[in-house]
Write a protein that binds this ligand. Structure first.
Ligand code: GTP
Ligand code: SPV
Ligand code: MN
Length: 592
């Protein structure tokens, strides 16, 4: 191991004063030993090993069940570089204030040193991080979510020795002493006071998105909150598609899609490459290439069933860490939306006795599974290809009960970047705060962009200039509702019907109508064989409403104003052009 790593670990140990330092190597013996330790201390509960081999349950502190966005900071030297959508703290202030919380924070505890690799071994895309943590739960999760241990140190040696310093401590878990800090200019992360996923597994949102997006801007690539899937058409060719959807808006489900019977019989097949994060680079062929930097899935549990996501169900049948689900008397787990009916008796996610009459959820709405990607039945044979996969289409998707059609296509790359920049969604349980509020979430990166979002859009435009064959860009919305408040679109596996149109559009077919929003499929362009979606419902799903869009356009201007001079001119032009098109459409309506 390099001297820089050793020196940094010693330096942190001197501040945090752990009783013991343990270096993770990633071996199977180590997994057994750390798991035994976690079971002994009550951090993990062993589940029924006959029914769920290698599976464990973890209950987090009730105030520590989702990402804490208001406690997440970008500590760039200049406030302007962090931008209006991020919280900012001056680096010196951050180091002083939060450094004090780390002082002696690991006394009486073990400090785990977790080297990890994001991206396939040997890939030009890949980056190394080293997480120092006093949580055995974090160490065990990182083992699933990343390539952890010796493999990372080997990559570090052979690739120049650069790594992200990731310091994590549980502290006393009190939310008023919780901070998730990013120092993009120093390639460093500090997180204290939380043991939850995105706050504590620092390879994921902190490194692979916030730090990586900022690195990517300097190095000419993109780090995105995107799933990656491969779709094999009946003709036999495979197209790769990425999708940026905000947290808890359907990435894992789409990535693991199972074709509905009629499409499967025609020869459609779907491969999973990644379910949450993509790193994308322009290739020498002028296309955009993507890798999944992760090695596991940290997925939303509630709503997962053999009906909605059979691939996820198979993936989480073994070697899985469940966080904040309910425990049944036979040592198996349960959650809302599970295949089995509610158990008569169970322990809820906090370990309290629960019955169907309790009137509270048995599993937390943001309960999660951590499972190895390699266990997924639909995992693509080439998911670890160091070169990545070439991307044909990018989807921007979000939860919108109204206004946004099921799918439409951008008219150009620049227009596509504008569609990403104007993405908005109703909030979910993945972040602490109220659920169901509409908020702007550009590229699904609002909580994850490590620098000024205006500059980030500018960077997207610049990457586009390097692509002679850029992916086509689409906006999708599985969540449009009818007057009865029910979803109009069946979603899940049937989303392949939308993907089929997307691929048609990429290959020069696919019927579409030009509207002021972009290209919208005609009613018959989306295959509805075998599903009960009427012509009227389809028209509602595809409807582009002029009045709705007047409001939408003015909400967009208010948002863009916050960026002042950092808003790229082409984005302003796209917005003005949309405003003009909406206004023309409205005049046509009144004078018709
Ligand atoms: P993060 O891991 O937080 O980034 O979430 P995600 O984007 O991977 O979302 P996920 O696939 O876990 O889905 C979250 C919720 O959306 C689950 O409750 C799903 O049941 C629901 N969902 C996913 N796809 C669809 C769909 O096509 N239609 C409907 N109605 N619900 C969906
Ligand atoms: C998300 O919230 O987008 C997640 C879960 O994927 S977390 O790792 O907590 O960020
Ligand atoms: Mn996510």
């Amino acid at each position: 191991m390099t001297d820089t790593v050793k020196r940094w670990v010693e330096e942190i140990a001197a501040i945090t004063t752990p009783d013991r330092i343990y270096w993770c190597n990633g071996s199977e013996e180590e997994r057994k030993q750390l798991t035994a330790e976690a079971v002994k201390t009550g951090v993990l509960i062993e589940l029924n090993q006959q029914k769920l081999p290698g599976c464990y349950l973890h209950r987090s502190h009730p105030s520590d069940v989702a990402r804490s966005e208001h406690l997440t900071f970008i500590c760039s030297r200049r406030k302007d570089d962090c931008g209006p959508t991020n919280n900012w703290m001056a680096p010196a202030e951050a180091r002083e204030k939060v450094g004090a919380l780390f002082k002696g924070s690991m006394k009486g505890r073990t400090m785990y040193v977790v080297p990890f690799l994001m991206g396939p071994p040997g890939s030009a895309f890949s980056k190394v991080g080293i997480e120092i943590t006093d949580s055995v739960y974090v160490a065990l999760n990182m083992r699933i979510m990343t390539r952890m241990g010796d493999v990372a140190l080997e990559h570090l040696h052979s690739h120049g020795g650069e790594f992200t310093k990731c310091l994590h401590g549980l502290g006393d878990l009190s939310p008023d002493k919780r901070y998730i800090l990013h120092f993009p200019e120093d390639n460093e992360i500090w997180s204290i006071g939380s043991g939850y996923g995105g706050n504590a597994l620092l390879g994921k949102k902190c490194l692979a998105l916030r730090i990586a997006s900022s690195l990517a801007c300097r190095e000419g690539w993109l780090a995105e909150h995107m799933l990656i899937l491969g779709v094999k058409t009946p003709k036999g060719d495979t197209h790769y598609v990425t999708g940026a959807f905000p947290s808890s808006c359907g990435k894992t489900n789409l990535a693991m899609l199972v074709p509905p019977a009629p499409l499967r019989d025609e020869g459609w097949q779907v491969w999973t490459v990644g379910d949450d994060i993509s790193w994308l680079r322009p290739g020498t062929d002028g296309r955009l290439w993507a890798v999944n930097p992760e090695a596991g899935f940290f997925g939303v549990v509630p709503g997962t069933s053999s009906k909605t996501n059979p691939n996820a169900m198979a993936t989480i049948a073994k070697n899985t860490i469940y966080t904040n689900v309910a425990l049944r008397p036979d040592g198996t787990v349960w959650w809302e939306g599970h295949d089995d009916p509610p158990p008569e008796h169970a322990l809820d996610w906090q370990g309290n006795p629960w019955t169907p009459q309790s009137g509270t959820p048995a599993a937390h709405p943001n309960s999660r599974f951590t499972a190895p990607a390699s266990q997924c039945p639909s995992i693509a044979p080439n998911w670890e290809d160091p070169a990545g996969v070439p991307i044909s289409a990018i989807l921007f998707g979000a939860r919108r009960q109204r206004v946004v059609p099921l799918v439409y296509q951008a008219m150009s790359w620049q227009h596509g970047v504008f569609l990403g920049a104007t993405l908005s969604s109703e909030t979910t349980a993945a972040a602490a705060g109220k659920v169901g509020l509409l908020r702007r979430d550009p590229m699904a990166m609002l909580p994850f962009c490590g620098y000024n979002m205006g500059d980030y859009w500018g960077h997207w435009l610049k990457v586009g200039e390097k692509l002679t064959n850029p992916p086509k860009v689409f906006r999708v919305n599985w969540f449009r509702t009818g007057d009865n408040g029910k979803f109009l679109w069946p979603g899940f596996g049937d989303n392949l019907r939308v993907l089929a149109w997307v691929i048609d559009r990429c290959t020069g077919s696919g019927e579409a109508e030009r509207t002021f929003l972009g290209w919208v499929p005609t009613r018959r362009a989306i295959d509805r064989t075998g599903i009960d979606v009427s012509d009227t419902t389809m028209d509602q799903l595809l409807h582009v409403d002029r009045i709705d869009w007047i409001d939408a356009v003015s909400a967009q201007s208010m948002f863009f104003e916050r960026f002042g001079e950092r808003l790229p001119e082409p984005i302003r032009e796209e917005h003005d052009a949309l405003a003009r098109r909406v206004s023309t459409a409205l005049q046509q309506f009144f004078y018709k």
